[in-house]
Design a protein around this ligand. Structure first.
Ligand code: DX5
Ligand code: ZN
Length: 222
């Protein structure tokens, strides 16, 4: 049995918004590595979460990097606001970017790490010609928009395909998996090659959220 050097990013979407400060402190004091921040516009996805003022409030107390997942159309318009609200990683959706190469350059110009998220139906091959410009790929393992959904099994294949595609071109690429991640599938995801596990309901819905983070962080792989 071994452990890997993966990162855990609790998704604030599943926090108790009326007690947000307490939940931020839980993440600060846990073994989590990042805060995962889900921004939704009600257009790209059929839900609205929260925007940059709330993110800025989180950034004020967060002692760990903010990993921002923009589920919005035309994200270019908001990259600067996102950076100013405290983002360390800005992830845009492949499906929302007409000029992805330009968007990635704009994120880097702001001094942030650039991520690209892929919906479950989007093949990883579509990133082949920009993989060298991407720091992180977020593989959606549910249809984006809501927490607490069932994990889509095809994700394991996509992780392996992506790792193979990045080999020798972008070896430092971080592969993030988002949606339906918890103790039951974490080991298999890490074995497939995932680097960052986003966990919403499996962390904030746990009796002891900090222990749930610890469990994900120390998961043993075969
Ligand atoms: C879904 C979001 C996820 C969500 C994950 O659109 O991108 O980050 O919060 O929640 P769980 O872990 O509950 O599936
Ligand atoms: Zn997300």
């Amino acid at each position: 049995m071994a452990t890997t050097k993966h990162l855990i990013a609790p998704s604030v979407l599943a926090a108790d918004f009326a007690r947000l400060y307490d939940d931020i402190q839980m993440v600060n004091n846990s073994e989590a590595d990042w805060f995962h921040i889900d921004i939704m516009d009600g257009v790209f996805v059929p839900n609205i979460s929260f925007g940059f003022p709330v993110m800025q409030a989180i950034a004020k107390y967060a002692t760990k990097p903010l990993d921002v997942h923009l589920m919005i159309v035309d994200p270019d318009r908001y990259l600067k606001s996102c950076k100013d609200a405290g983002a360390a990683v800005i992830t845009v959706h492949y499906e929302a970017c007409t000029h992805l190469h330009r968007t990635l350059a704009a994120i880097h110009e702001l001094g942030c790490k650039a991520g690209v998220a892929l919906n479950p139906h989007t093949p990883v091959d579509l990133l082949k010609d920009v993989i060298g410009d991407i720091d992180l790929v977020c593989l959606m393992s549910v249809n984006p928009g809501f927490g607490g959904q069932k994990f889509i099994e095809q994700t394991y294949v996509k992780i392996k395909e992506l790792r193979a595609m990045a080999a020798g071109v972008q070896d430092a690429l971080l592969i993030e998996v988002d949606g339906g991640v918890g103790a039951s599938n974490a080991a298999k995801l890490l074995e497939a090659g995932a680097d960052v596990l986003v966990a919403g309901s499996s962390v904030f819905g746990a009796k002891d959220p900090s222990a749930a983070v610890q469990q994900l962080k120390h998961i043993a792989i075969g």
